[in-house]
Write a protein that binds this ligand. Structure first.
Ligand code: CTP
Ligand code: MG
Length: 220
């Protein structure tokens, strides 16, 4: 199976509030995007396309390995993945889509996703259980209901797809559609999405506290 990796790195990182796009923020002196590319490669996905912000292209060229392909992303994550997907050749059987913002994702997770694809799944997501009591609130913030968390999962990346399933789903999606992950795109197009075990280390860096936690993990 020939798998190509896509790294979504074209966001600005508003919630992190750094002085540069989130994917360029250093963790132990290496930009987050470099960690994400390494995870894919260490997990067995050598061919990688990275979607980057158009106005920062040269900064990404400077930090990434020469054999990584760069494309200019869009204003939403969905648009960025769509742009990267257009650069994936028809020779690929599978596509793994990963967030630059998940720098400490272990390569094992990539392997689990690839194995599920090899076993015949057309869409695969890593998931973790929800550990906190989870509630529904009304417009005033008053608790309206408690959700049965045993049926809920938190979804991570990398997410894996049969290439044709992902291409078809994006082709079917309206141009301005905005979904927070790719499995949602494929599922909306009617493809069953299977799950594999996620990993707490694949947590997304969203706010400054997440960055502090990641720094602690690499300093041990
Ligand atoms: N992403 C992207 N293109 C966009 C928006 C997001 O490629 N237009 C990527 C980000 O670079 C990130 C991943 O999607 O690796 C997950 O998104 P998120 O954590 O929301 O990152 P940002 O959108 O950059 O952060 P924020 O929402 O706080 O601005
Ligand atoms: Mg965002």
């Amino acid at each position: 199976m020939h798998a190509v990796g896509i790294v979504a790195a074209a966001g600005s990182g508003l919630r992190l509030g750094a002085d540069r796009p989130k994917a360029l923020v250093p963790l132990a002196d290496r930009p987050l995007v470099c960690w994400a590319v390494d995870t894919l490669r260490d997990g067995g996905v050598a061919d990688v396309v990275v979607a980057v912000p158009g106005d920062e292209l040269s900064a990404f060229v400077t930090v990434l390995p020469l054999d990584v392909r760069l494309v200019v992303g869009g204003t939403t994550r969905t648009a960025s993945v769509r742009a990267a997907l257009a650069a994936v050749g028809t020779g690929a059987d599978a596509v793994l889509v990963h967030d630059a913002a998940r720098p400490l994702t272990p390569p094992d997770l990539v392997v689990r996703v690839l194995e599920a694809l090899s076993a015949g799944a057309r869409a695969v997501v890593p998931v973790l259980p929800v550990v906190d009591t989870t509630v529904v609130v009304d417009d005033d913030g008053v608790v309206a209901d408690t959700v049965d968390r045993s049926i809920l999962r938190r979804v991570q990346t990398p997410q894996g797809f049969a290439r044709d399933a992902l291409v078809d789903a994006y082709a079917w999606l309206p141009p301005d559609a905005e979904l927070t992950d790719d499995a949602a795109v494929v599922r909306a197009a009617g493809v069953p999405v299977v799950t594999v075990a996620g990993d707490e280390r694949a947590a997304k860096v969203t706010v400054p506290h997440d960055m502090a936690l990641a720094e602690l993990q690499v300093s041990r």
